[in-house]
Design a protein around this ligand. Structure first.
Ligand SMILES: Cc1cc2nc3c(=O)[nH]c(=O)nc-3n(C[C@H](O)[C@H](O)[C@H](O)COP(=O)(O)O)c2cc1C
Length: 167
């Protein structure tokens, strides 16, 4: 297999958890994307980059000079309710493939600004009639004052199979 690296951005550790599972499966290097310069990535044949989703946007910094990159997003919504095309738009065409894994959220352990945001949204959404609630709003209702965890190691299987087949 070629020279592969996993990098990740993570606020509460979920994306890091997936990055660790991938690193262990592929036996490759792993770095927090905040601690690595783009020039250090140029020596790798493939970069697997984990990005969590906040307010419908992936938050990891962009690397413009690297060629072979695979992105995995981590969010609470069901993959069928997530518009990956919208997220993918923000990356260059050099991205070879996108994956989506489900994350987790523990309301009690959120930073104060996130807690306030979720609380405000919860109050707003709660006033709506059930038929008008979107998938991402459903997630807010689920998350408020709650602990949800959809992470599982078997979600990485498709990515691992893809990488071992093509790299
Ligand atoms: C303030 C806030 C906004 C969020 N917005 C979204 C969202 O728009 N879509 C989604 O699928 N998940 C959303 N999430 C859930 C996160 O993507 C999820 O908790 C993920 O596991 C975080 O990964 P991390 O721990 O690596 O940062 C949100 C979470 C918080 C706290």
């Amino acid at each position: 297999m070629k020279n592969i690296v996993v990098i990740y951005k993570s606020k509460y550790g979920c994306t890091k958890r997936y990055a660790l599972w991938i690193k262990d499966a592929l036996k490759c290097d792993m770095f927090d994307s905040d601690n690595i310069d783009e020039k250090d990535l140029l020596k790798y044949d493939l970069i697997i980059y984990g990005n969590p989703i906040y307010a419908s946007k992936s938050i990891g910094k962009r690397f413009n000079k690297v060629n072979n990159i695979i992105i995995f997003y981590v969010g609470l919504s069901d993959v069928n309710d997530t518009d990956l095309n919208k997220l993918n738009d923000t990356y260059s065409s050099d991205v070879k493939k996108f994956f989506y894994f489900r994350g987790a959220c523990d309301y009690d352990n959120l930073k104060i600004n996130h807690k306030i945001l979720i609380k405000l949204l919860f109050k707003m959404i709660n006033k709506k009639s059930k038929d008008n609630i979107s998938a991402s709003e459903k997630i807010i209702l689920e998350t408020y004052n709650n602990k949800v965890d959809y992470t599982s190691k078997n979600q990485i299987i498709e990515l691992i199979n893809y990488v071992t087949k093509y790299y």
